[in-house]
Design a protein around this ligand. Sequence first.
Ligand code: SF4
Ligand code: SF4
Length: 174
Amino acid sequence: MPPSPTGSLCTQCGLCCDGTLFGRVELLLADDADGLKAQGFRIVAGSKPRFAQPCPALSQDCTCRIYAQRPQQCRAFDCALLLRVQSGETGVEAAERLIRRTRKQSARVRQLLEALGDRSTALPLSQRFSRLRRRLETEAEGDRKGSEERWELFAELTLAVHELQRQLRQEFYP
Ligand code: SF4
Ligand code: SF4
């Protein structure tokens, strides 16, 4: 059987595992929460046990280190782009271009977060952005002067986040 083109797309992407599309993975009864804990996952208990993204099992090469034991939610998820490629509506090269563009936008958001002092790389992007906004607003209450440059950078970040969300909505969310 030839290698699946959609499998090669995922190993160029990783956006559904790295905290760009989602903030967490919820576990179901069929999932081995203890096994995941033993592998270093921080499982948050509750009616819906979960772990946060970026996922610790995501490798640099965008493969999943626990592929055979990955949670049900991961097994069930195919993004809209993948489905369009599977149906023949979108070609593989066009999909690769979209993935490259969105990964670049995600990297731009991370770069701007870092430039504004956010180093919480273990959190999903949406949470990093919200926390940073709250922090800047709190700081601004005490220091209205001298923060103009930071607000300009924050405005740039806000635009970058909106553009990223637009691309995710248009191409990736099912
Ligand atoms: S977002 Fe889509 S293409 Fe990217 S890794 Fe996830 S399923 Fe694969
Ligand atoms: S367990 Fe694997 S498939 Fe699931 S989020 Fe983590 S890296 Fe992605």
